[in-house]
Design a protein around this ligand. Structure first.
Ligand code: SME
Length: 149
């Protein structure tokens, strides 16, 4: 199955999985698990906006940093810019926060609340370089819209 087909199935799975669920932690937990399991990524999870920093939320994969300041690392940058950041090679990203030395490429997608501010970010790491492209960006942005409803 190609990546687009995988993402189409994943997106429809997520729609039905979270239908009617209003608890944000329950939604983020199952969404992280569904993405991680279907796509086989190295680390998949959410950081929630809490004041001036991001705090670790539901995730799948190895243990990770728990607090990331605004504008720091890939996650803090995606929050500050309020846009998706794709990093083909983490060593080339100034200020990248290495939670795991195995991480080689990364994508971070903001989750916008109903008031259009960033309420969380979806962070996905890969152990290979250049894992994430326009297809990942498009479908992961769609998933981040679905979870807000
Ligand atoms: N690398 C991220 C930190 C989070 S971990 O990858 C799970 C960053 O630079 O923001």
């Amino acid at each position: 199955m190609d990546k687009i087909e995988q993402y189409k199935q994943l997106t429809s799975q997520i729609r039905s999985l979270i239908e009617g669920e209003t608890d944000a932690v329950a939604v983020m937990s199952n969404v992280a698990a569904a993405i991680h399991q279907t796509m086989g990524f190295w680390w998949t999870g959410f950081y929630r906006v809490a004041g001036e920093e991001l705090v670790l939320g539901p995730f799948q994969g190895p243990v990770a940093c728990m607090h990331i300041p605004f504008g720091r690392g890939v996650c803090g940058t995606a929050w500050k810019r309020a846009e998706t950041v794709v990093v083909p090679d983490v060593e080339q990203f100034p200020g990248h926060i290495a939670c795991s030395s195995e991480s080689r490429s990364e994508i971070v997608v903001p989750v916008f609340g109903h008031d259009n501010t960033v309420v969380a970010v979806l962070d996905i790491d890969s152990r290979e370089l250049n894992t994430f492209d326009e297809t990942d960006r498009q479908y992961l942005e769609e998933i981040c819209k679905i979870i807000i409803g």
